[in-house]
Design a protein around this ligand. Structure first.
Ligand SMILES: [Zn+2]
Length: 450
């Protein structure tokens, strides 16, 4: 009896189910096609303004100000804007030093500093992600990099990793070589031949070309410009200025050469600039003061809500295409003071396409910050700014769906998440490490003559 009821129930429902879903689906399709266009036209008001501001104003998104999703009306039809809305028209000009710091070279030497992971370092230098994955997952020991140790690697023109070497100590070097699409580890325990070298030169043309002529490699020049980036603007060096460098270069086998910059002195006019390597792998001036500069985490006096986070692989909710969000959006009302996160030089301050009123500030050689959709710009290109200076007022200019501040941080010309990026800490040495450093600095600086 129970069986009979069951089977007839199943028959009934299997008959009714498709009938229901077809008629229900049809109803939804009809409802959707009736409501779709008026709904969108209602929500979005197209405001054709002056040529400099072709803006879409979306009335309903004032509360969640962001530049994530936009709908524009083109020929009477709503079209979702897929490109990033924070694209300034003005590109930040590069110079000779940028190319050095960018490291277009296929071979890189790098000294481990606090907070480094191999994954992050290689990513920063645009090494192929798959190679990074292969290397770091297969060789777990590479998680044990120590501050001050040197790693070096070579890539081909397509950023594929060819060889990677890790100098654990001067006579213990691990080498990872690509064979097929895998890496093979070997170690070299050949006694290294370290050579202390002093290189001297004079500025006749530019620091980069004269340093190259004197025998310094691109990597060594990059280390020098990075170490002194907060103290000295290398572009302002004059003809007749001098430099002196102490290095240890180690040869391992035929092709592998490691070098370590122990100290550098640059004489600019009557002023001397020193960078001396300490045991922590960082450079300090001759009095053990930090050569780096601190950054504010936020370009605002008060913490504000993040309405859209950093997301380089952001998928557009409608098109499914990648539309990276290279910065962070802070939901702040129009007129909120915007502060420079660090000392630097204003390189761009103007209205620039969908970025609206736009400021770009260069901090040293490796860091750049940008500020977009401002209501007012309070600085000029070429102006030097200090950390905390009011550079503008936040707004809603350019292609923006409501008042907010779009803020970007670039390290080595690559956008990074400003909320999580490791930022330089400006702390000098103290106590025992200061004492050890000062005696080392005395020895090195005595070699840094002209
Ligand atoms: Zn944004």
């Amino acid at each position: 009896m129970a069986r009979k009821i069951k089977s007839s129930d199943i028959e009934k429902s299997s008959f009714k189910f498709p009938y229901f879903s077809v008629s229900g689906g049809l109803f939804i399709v009809i409802l959707f096609s009736v409501l779709w266009r008026p709904l969108n036209l209602d929500r979005t008001v197209y405001v054709p303004l002056t040529p400099q501001a072709e803006t879409t104003v979306n009335n309903n998104t004032q509360s969640s100000a962001t530049d994530d999703e936009k709908v524009e009306i083109v020929n009477g039809k709503p079209v979702v804007v897929t490109e990033s809305s924070d694209d300034p028209e003005d590109e930040i000009a590069k110079d000779e030093l940028d190319d050095i710091v960018d490291d277009k070279d296929n071979s890189v030497q790098y000294t481990i500093v606090r907070g480094d992971t191999l994954h992050d370092i290689l990513l920063r230098y645009n090494v192929n992600r798959n190679d990074i994955y292969q290397l770091t997952t297969k060789f777990k020991q590479l998680a044990n990099l120590r501050i001050g140790q040197q790693v070096s690697w070579t890539t081909d023109d397509n950023h594929n990793l060819q060889t990677f070497s890790w100098t654990i100590s001067s006579n213990n070097i691990r080498i990872y070589e690509k064979s097929g699409d895998k890496f093979v580890e070997s170690s070299e325990t050949v006694e290294a031949v370290p050579q202390d070298i002093v290189i001297k030169g004079e500025i006749k043309n530019s620091f980069v070309s004269d340093a190259r002529k004197s025998g310094l490699t691109s990597n060594e020049i990059a280390i020098i410009t990075r170490a002194l980036q907060w103290r000295l603007d290398f572009r302002r060096l004059q003809i007749g200025d001098k430099f002196s460098v102490v290095l240890t270069r180690e040869m391992h086998g035929k092709s592998l050469s490691n070098s370590q910059l122990l100290g550098v002195r640059i004489k600019n006019g009557t002023k001397d600039y020193y960078a001396i390597l300490a045991d922590d792998g960082k450079y300090y001036d001759i009095n053990a003061n930090s050569l780096s500069q601190s950054f504010f985490r936020y370009p605002l006096a008060k913490k504000a809500r993040v309405s859209s986070g950093f997301n380089p692989r952001r998928l557009h909710p409608v098109t499914g295409q990648i539309a990276p969000h290279n910065g962070v959006d802070f939901a702040v009302s129009r007129g909120t003071p915007v502060l420079s996160v660090g000392n630097g030089e204003v390189v761009i301050a103007k209205y620039s396409g969908s970025a609206g009123n736009y400021i770009a500030i260069r901090h040293g050689r490796q860091y750049m910050t940008t500020y977009m959709h401002l209501d007012k710009i309070l600085v000029k290109p070429g102006q030097q700014v200090k950390q905390g200076d009011k550079i503008g007022l936040s707004g809603n200019t350019g292609r923006s769906t409501g008042p907010h501040l779009h803020f970007e941080l670039h390290i080595n010309n690559k956008p990074v998440n400003p909320l999580t990026a490791s930022l330089p800490i400006s702390e000098g040495l103290t106590g025992k490490s200061k004492k050890a450093f000062l005696s080392k600095a005395k020895n090195i600086s005595s070699q840094l003559t002209f």
